[in-house]
Design a protein around this ligand. Structure first.
Ligand code: ZN
Length: 222
């Protein structure tokens, strides 16, 4: 999930409430068993043409720039908003809004088509309760948004690319920027990250800034 419109009404101080709110294991607990979002394929030309459109559009948007460039054009083409799953390629390309999971899946497909090794990234971020409440109110389907949030914590997805020597960079396709590994706690702070990929061995480790991440394991940031 990505919030760019909902700013907190005022600074909200998050107190430790005795339930281990700040304890590392708690932040990703709700999403522990979630998989990174996928875009489904009908196994037919409808989806094949849609996927081809995404990769050919990326090729022209890239315009000869480095293949490691973040596909910012996705954020310009699709507004961030609710998506329902399963979502098929032929449906996704026609949407005006896509959620962070669908955008991350598209970014992953783009990097793969460019020949860039990439990983799916799941994140837990903290926002103030004021902003999440405001965000909740702007969301029509209450049951859907509740799945993504837990008090002031929000589930989010992105896409990491291999940057050499076990280092990764994390692209946030909903925001259209590279996530800063020197994340600070507080409003918008990144609290936990998990990397996964198809056929990725479980014993692989990655370096992201000063953080060491193991494949498939939630790692607390901060
Ligand atoms: Zn289709």
């Amino acid at each position: 999930m990505y919030l760019d419109a909902a700013k907190p009404a005022k600074e909200t101080v998050v107190e430790t409430n005795g339930n281990g709110f700040h304890k590392p294991a708690a932040v990703y607990e709700k999403w522990q068993d979630w998989y990174a979002s996928e875009i489904s394929h009908h196994g037919a030309m409808c989806c094949e043409i849609a996927r081809e459109w995404i990769t050919s559009t990326d090729f022209s948007e890239l315009g000869g720039a480095s293949i490691l460039t973040g596909p910012r054009w996705l954020r310009l083409k699709f507004n961030w908003g609710a998506s329902s799953f399963p979502i098929y390629w032929c449906e996704a390309v026609r949407k005006k809004t896509l959620d962070c999971g669908a955008l991350a899946a598209l970014a992953s497909a783009i990097f793969t088509a460019r020949g860039v090794k990439n990983y799916r990234v799941q994140m837990v971020q903290r926002f103030s309760e004021a902003s999440t409440n405001q965000w909740s109110n702007s969301w029509n389907d209450t049951s859907e948004q509740l799945r993504w949030m837990n008090d002031d914590l929000i589930y989010h997805e992105g896409c990491a690319i291999a940057a050499g020597d076990g280092e990764i960079k994390i692209w946030d396709p909903s925001a259209g920027w590279w996530v800063d590994p020197k994340s600070k706690d507080g409003y918008g702070g990144l609290l936990a990250v998990r990397l996964s990929a198809f056929n990725l061995p479980a014993d692989v480790n990655f370096t992201w800034g000063k953080h060491s991440l193991s494949a498939y394991q939630w790692t607390n940031i901060n």
